[in-house]
Design a protein around this ligand. Structure first.
Ligand code: SF4
Length: 250
């Protein structure tokens, strides 16, 4: 019989064995409090998830906090506009560690249907590191609950000696640059010029997900940049359905 099986058998009889890591993770995973804010239609699904039909308190996440200083997870639920993203980053900076980000829906993850618009950022992970992404437009409340379970699974395997918020690892970033409005759009400290120009490619790659070991650094691989290429512009004039289906550049 394996050690794990023995442990489970004993737990069924009321004898508990644990480790510091397991106890610490159990405490955090069972009380992940979200910040109380929403950005667009996805927020309605988030609100539905908190209502009686879905009972988010099964996961210990029913306490939506009105202050970032009391919140553990930021659920970015909705379209992140360039007007709003400075506030999103500022609020994230005010959250204490350990803190997490769930990107809810196509808009928060990539800009969604507004990706090529002049006013929408192409993924909130260009500005803050994201732990869990939820696909969909909008994702249903069940998908949000699944993302909480995914986050709990990520917390379960963390070890006190390795998490980024303890120790004095110099590579860890705790303050993320708050974008400011420049002459032609948003400017981000450390990125020359306009960071996310209209009709162009964002000049900065997204942050590496903490779930993949990221400590607040950007993913500098070319692949990440290619993922942010804008769609080709349609030419002026009448366009047939077939041409749209195959995509036309220029
Ligand atoms: S992903 Fe869809 S439902 Fe969610 S905010 Fe964007 S448009 Fe609205």
């Amino acid at each position: 019989m394996s050690d794990l099986q023995t442990q489970m058998d004993l737990e069924q009889q009321g004898v508990l064995f644990t480790t510091i890591n397991k106890l610490y993770n159990w405490g955090r995973r069972s009380s992940v409090w979200p910040m109380q804010f929403g950005l667009a239609c996805c927020a309605i699904e988030m609100i539905a998830a908190a209502a009686s039909r879905y009972d988010i308190s099964r996961f210990g996440s029913e306490l939506f906090r009105a202050s970032p200083r009391q919140a553990d997870v930021m659920i970015v639920a909705g379209t992140v506009t360039k007007k709003m993203v400075p506030q999103v980053v500022r609020l994230f900076n005010q959250m204490p560690e350990p803190r997490y980000v769930i990107s809810m829906g196509a808009c928060a993850t990539s800009g969604g249907p507004f990706r090529d618009g002049y006013n929408v950022v192409r993924g909130v992970d260009l500005y803050v590191p994201v732990d869990v992404y939820i696909p969909g437009c909008p994702p249903r409340p069940e998908a949000l609950l699944h993302s909480l379970m995914t986050l709990q699974a990520q917390i379960d395997v963390q070890a006190l000696q390795q998490v980024r918020w303890y120790g004095d690892d110099e590579g860890v970033v705790n303050e993320f640059p708050i974008p400011v409005f420049g002459a032609e759009g948003l400017e981000v400290a450390g990125i020359p010029g306009t960071a996310d120009p209209v009709g162009g490619t964002p000049k900065m790659p997204p942050f590496v997900s903490p779930a993949l070991g990221g400590k607040g650094e950007r993913d500098a691989s070319i692949k990440a940049l290619e993922g942010n290429q804008p769609k080709p512009m349609l030419r002026a004039g009448t366009v047939t359905i077939e041409e749209v289906g195959h995509g036309i550049a220029g």
